[in-house]
Design a binder for this molecule. Structure first.
Ligand code: DC
Length: 232
């Protein structure tokens, strides 16, 4: 597939553990495009809030901190790495503690403003595949192709549980499911940039699908888009 001249943006939004990050990362890898995991950016910010001992209710301090915090993402041989003020925090962003803190942190308007600015800057660097909650609705409403990725709660809880088990984290499946349900409610009910399907997004239910099938489906849509762009 030959990439078109103008920068293309593909967004994958959806609830926690729906498979959107894995799909987005692999699609970007196949195409040689940039991959932007925006959940990792909000998680990195939450790591700094926890390290500083800032209370999750203290939105003013969190907002002030965000204005002077530098978040960077770098792709390496071992995967995507996220840095806060130059320090690699990749290994710390997927703990249960960060899972709980990221909800309140990502709702602070100054945090979202800083992250959205950075996300749009990154999109100027090349073709982009990005995943999050508001990428197709708020950050890139003009994206060429949008997906809304869902999966049953059982599927999502099981996926996140397996990930955590691999990391050696001792959690129960029930606790993981309860946590995901709580985050779903929080992500979709918040005032600022809530999780919702963009009107022009393609719905992708990954419940019964393998990762290869998800990647293949997204790639077929992108192939069609590129052919249409080239025919213009
Ligand atoms: O996709 P994830 O589970 O890594 O996301 C972590 C949190 O960040 C999630 O609770 C919602 C928030 N988030 C967001 O508000 N907007 C985004 N674009 C991406 C993530």
């Amino acid at each position: 597939m030959e990439s078109p001249d103008k920068n293309i943006v593909i967004t994958l939004d959806g609830p926690a553990a729906s498979g959107k990050s894995t799909t987005a990362r692999l699609v970007a890898g196949k195409l040689g495009w940039l991959y932007l995991d925006t959940g990792a950016m909000y998680r990195a910010m939450a790591v700094k809030v926890l390290r500083r001992g800032i209370s999750l209710d203290d939105t003013e301090s969190i907002g002030r901190m965000a204005a002077t915090t530098q978040i960077r993402l770098r792709q390496s041989q071992t995967g995507m790495h996220v840095f806060v003020d130059g320090v690699d925090v990749t290994d710390q962003i997927r703990t249960p503690e960060v899972d709980r803190a990221v909800g309140p942190v990502c709702e602070v308007p100054a945090v979202r403003d800083a992250m959205v600015r950075l996300q749009r800057e990154i999109a100027r660097e090349g073709h982009l595949v990005t995943d999050g909650r508001d990428m197709g609705t708020v950050v890139f409403p003009e994206a060429e192709l949008k997906f809304y990725v869902t999966a049953s709660i059982k599927n999502r809880a099981d996926r996140r549980f397996q990930d955590m088990k691999k990391q050696g984290l001792g959690v129960s499946l029930e606790a993981v499911q309860a946590d995901i349900e709580e985050r779903d409610a929080r992500d979709s009910q918040r005032d600022h940039s809530p999780l919702r399907k963009a009107e022009d997004a393609i719905e992708l239910d990954t419940s019964g699908m393998t990762v290869d099938e998800q990647v293949g489906l997204v790639l077929r849509h992108i192939d069609r888009l590129i052919r249409a762009e080239q025919a213009k």
